[in-house]
Design a protein around this ligand. Sequence first.
Ligand code: WT7
Length: 644
Amino acid sequence: MTDSTEATETFAPPPEFAAAANVKEDAYERGAADFEGFWAEQSRDLVDWNEDFTEVLDWSNPPFAKWFADGKLNVAYNCLDRHVLAGNGDRVAINFEGEPGDSRSLTYAELLAEVSKAANMLTELGVEAGDRVAIYLPMIPEAVISMLACARLGAAHSVVFGGFSADALRSRIIDAEARVVITADGSYRRGKETSLKPAVDEALSHGDTPVESVLVVRRTGQDVDMTEGRDQWWHDTVDNASPEHEAEFFDAENPLFILYTSGTTGKPKGILHTSGGYLTQVLYTMKAVFDAKPETDVFWCTADVGWVTGHSYVAYGPLAAGMTQVIYEGTPDTPDQGRWWEIVEKNKVTTLYAAPTAIRTFMKWGEDIPAKYDLTSLRLLGSVGEPINPEAWRWYHRVIGGGRCPIVDTWWQTETGSHMIAPLPGVLATKPGSAQRPIPGISVDVVDETGEHPAGPEGGLLVIRQPWPSMLRGIWKDPERFKETYWSRFEDTYFAGDGARRDEDGDIWFLGRVDDVMNVSGHRLSTAEIESALVAHPSVAEAAVVGAADDTSGQAVIAFVIVVDGVENSPEVAEELRQHVGKEIGPIAKPKRVHIVSELPKTRSGKIMRRLLKDVAENRAVGDSTTLADSSVMELIEASVAKS
Ligand code: WT7
């Protein structure tokens, strides 16, 4: 997505912001001179270690890194106890805004008590260090409480986004071998009750999961089936548990969580993150990129805890930094399109972190909506999930930030655990559309296809040169796939899967994924995963899926399918297939359009040329199709798309 306006205009940080910034220019030099020493210093400064580490980085068996390996810590202690012990127990940790208008505040002391109760209850259910717990919850405080309770016990959580289907939940539970599931009866979305518990029942109904217990939070009060001996209400159990819990300390490399994300094949990858290095870089980016000022800031990251953004910048980052944060349950248009701005005004939010797709939606709704609210508490804005087009950047800066707030465009991935490329807001003049530079201590490059030369001005592939503290430690139970996906393309170098280019100032611009991964509203979806859901439908013989440019969501899922004999090409069938994908994977994966076609473009070796389908989906002249086995196929496809 490009626009014609001058893209090189920059915005220097306001002088007061620059003067008070936590991190100054010298950090770049220190991070580059000795990256291990730099991260050791950040870690000792920002993390409370129960036992200090003697070794910083163990890279003796690449690509399997260990950071701070002989240190011991408890991540939940770092998020809670230490703030209470420092006398900040009365500071608000979470201001929760429910969609129907209810709200709830939890101080650090109260949150510590809630997490302790949950940890005691999980212990009663048999959860121990090294176990896995699946969390399938809406955006309510219990989501964060559950994650921290697992961390407190040294058990890894696997949060499954509440918008994912029963099947997606089931396969993730099985892969992670979770013993316990924490869920809720339901949630509020767009003014309606949605349900979650039935999906858990369905996921467990085959009897092929290792789940022994299900804890159910009551959020909406709707009727749910409770299975005797397996299911218990949170309010009957956790609420009555002891609010005292002594944290044990675990190795720095103890698993903290597994989070499933889409790759280029149909099977989601369980990305594994561990404790000490992860917490170090999450805290450093809170300090350096979000310029966290825990005494005065009110932080609001609008992401769901089902995504990595909600792990690093809802559950862990703001709490480990001792900040007050806002959590909102629902959608931006309930009860009206001013909801986010009402929340900013009411809570005096200082730091807002959102996705470009949301910004573009607000642009469409019009600037008179935010204009009705007092947004002067804001001092810093963040963007994440996909490239932000300069036009949306400028709107965000002017309309939401009142022209006074720096914007940090943060590039990172589920795999990187925390920010990797983003401007330091008190140091760099920001540039609409560019994520600019790696943060201090991180080393990236943009290379050509061979990996041997820097890419030219037209761009190339983004790679990461050195290990970093919050890097993934692997793919759960699949070390070969870990090596193959990220470390096989170039030697000893991490291949991110993103295209990028550097401008004449050396600033980095992202160009989108170079693999078969799509980015819809900042959510990662794989073409292969949706294709396999489609071909699982009895009416479908073959399917190909592409991500086509979309003004609001960045990309939209467009499917091309060949139906089996006897099934007709009708809008009803196309609609049924859309719904089917929604049911198999989740509503976010539902194709925007399903085109029923008679052929798919294939090379002589049978590989589908998605590039050509993308041309059709984006209404462009079809590109070079000379390698097709049958070059007349594209005309047939274009004709049937024109009809549908
Ligand atoms: C992919 C990672 C990072 C948390 C949310 C998404 C794209 C992410 C940016 C950005 C350009 C971005 C990349 C990346 N992406 N942030 N600021 N500018 N592209 O995490 O689901 O793991 O997706 O999102 O393509 O590889 P994820």
